[in-house]
Design a protein. Structure first.
Length: 118
């Protein structure tokens, strides 16, 4: 998963965690790997909310994966646990509902969403 950064470059969710890509320097700077202790897991899908928070979820060999939120200040939050394959992160047009899919469960989850707090 990736998204463009406001000040240039990209933010990425990779096999080795969250990272910044700098086009000018052609360099990758790793920020944090919330699942460093899970070599079978990797990030699968991600999206950015209206306030610049990068939401990304993992997938792996079991149900021990998660949905994370990386805030612009660099703080990391685990938003959902016991995920198999994170997919389909998005928001309603009025920004009051967040959607998230755990693909093998064939379910779309809808959460009340407060844009100010995430």
């Amino acid at each position: 998963a990736l998204a463009f950064r406001e000040n240039g470059g990209l933010i990425l969710a990779t096999k080795n965690g969250f990272a910044f890509w700098d086009f000018t320097k052609q360099s990758l700077q790793f920020i944090v790997d919330p699942e460093a202790d899970k070599p079978q897991s990797r990030f699968n899908d991600g999206a950015v909310d209206r306030n610049g928070r990068f939401w990304a979820g993992t997938m792996g060999d079991d149900e021990n994966n998660a949905l994370y939120r990386l805030d612009p200040d660099g703080s990391l939050h685990t938003m959902e646990k016991n995920v198999i394959i994170a997919n389909g992160i998005g928001w309603s047009p009025d920004n009051k509902t967040m959607y998230f899919t755990d693909s093998p469960r064939n379910t779309i989850y809808a959460y009340d969403y407060d844009a100010a707090t995430g």
